[in-house]
Design a protein around this ligand. Structure first.
Ligand code: DGL
Length: 275
């Protein structure tokens, strides 16, 4: 298979990014790689993330897509250059920039919040990006490591989701009250939006996956081929059944055709299996 867009994530979270592409580009063919065996990336060192990202990129490049999207904020913030180099000359996009641009445009107070993994926050990628757009904007970041497992359990509403969210959002209710725009800087966070909005009703939340899909649509960066039927293929490094079952809640679309691949992708090379 070749052509179309390939999406990559550390696990199933990137499906929340893919979801917007299915809505805005109904005719596209997509492949998706979720490195579920090595999930999570968000708590790992940069060295490890770079190594994983390179291996993931080599697998994706074999499919010869028209475009590869690193739908993982942790990889986009810490290993994007290495990821892109590995698949060159295939074009790549990360998931940070579009959302950062929209947030910088929308803030009135000049204070933007970022909710993300520890790794994304440690990288300082968002403050750097936003400073390039407008050095006068302040960025106030909060790691939310419990959100990813919560969302994978499907606990996106109710007492537990509210208690955990309130704990993480407390700084925005106390010392960072001037934040008026919040970036959901992790693949897993958009399903928690109703709970987050309830706690911070005055704040505008940005879903970077949606902003990326919209930017690509507005800039006409992806051509849809009406002759070719839309296809979706999924590759995971562990847990095919769980990926389909839990992933459907993130994608809001049935997930079939999930192929298990080796975590370091040797199996494909050994057997000469071209996905
Ligand atoms: N996909 C990761 C991200 O967007 C979140 C999950 C993980 O820690 O791997 O940062």
């Amino acid at each position: 298979m070749s052509g179309g867009i390939s999406f990559f994530d550390s696990g199933m979270g990137g499906l929340s990014v893919l979801k917007h592409f299915l809505e805005l580009f109904p005719g596209i063919s997509v492949t998706y790689l979720g490195d579920t065996a090595r999930f999570p990336y968000g708590t790992k060192s940069r060295e490890t993330i770079v190594r994983f990202a390179r291996e993931d990129a080599r697998f994706l490049a074999e499919m010869k897509p028209d475009l590869i999207i690193a739908a993982c904020f942790t990889v986009s913030s810490q290993a994007f250059e290495e990821f892109s180099d590995e698949v060159s000359p295939i074009p790549t996009l990360g998931v940070l920039e579009a959302g950062a641009r929209v947030a910088a445009r929308l803030t009135r107070s000049g204070a933007i919040g970022v909710l993300a993994t520890e790794g994304t926050i440690r990288s300082n990628a968002y403050p750097r990006l936003i400073a390039e757009i407008d050095p006068g904007i302040g960025v106030f970041a909060q790691p939310c490591p419990l959100f990813a497992p919560l969302v994978e359990e499907g606990w996106v509403v109710g007492d537990v989701a509210e208690a955990v969210s309130r704990e993480y959002l407390t700084p925005y209710l106390t010392k960072w009250k001037n934040v008026d725009t919040m970036i959901l800087g992790c693949t897993h966070y958009p399903p928690l939006l109703p709970v987050l909005q309830k706690i911070l009703p005055e704040v505008t939340f940005i879903d970077p996956g949606y902003e990326l899909a919209r930017e690509i649509l507005n800039r006409n960066l992806v051509s849809q081929n009406p002759e070719r039927p839309a296809t979706m293929r999924f590759f995971v490094t562990d847990g095919v059944e769980r990926f389909s079952r839990v992933g459907e809640n993130l994608l809001k679309h049935p997930i079939a055709d999930v192929v298990l691949v080796d975590p370091v992708f040797e199996k494909l090379a050994e057997h000469g299996e071209n996905p």
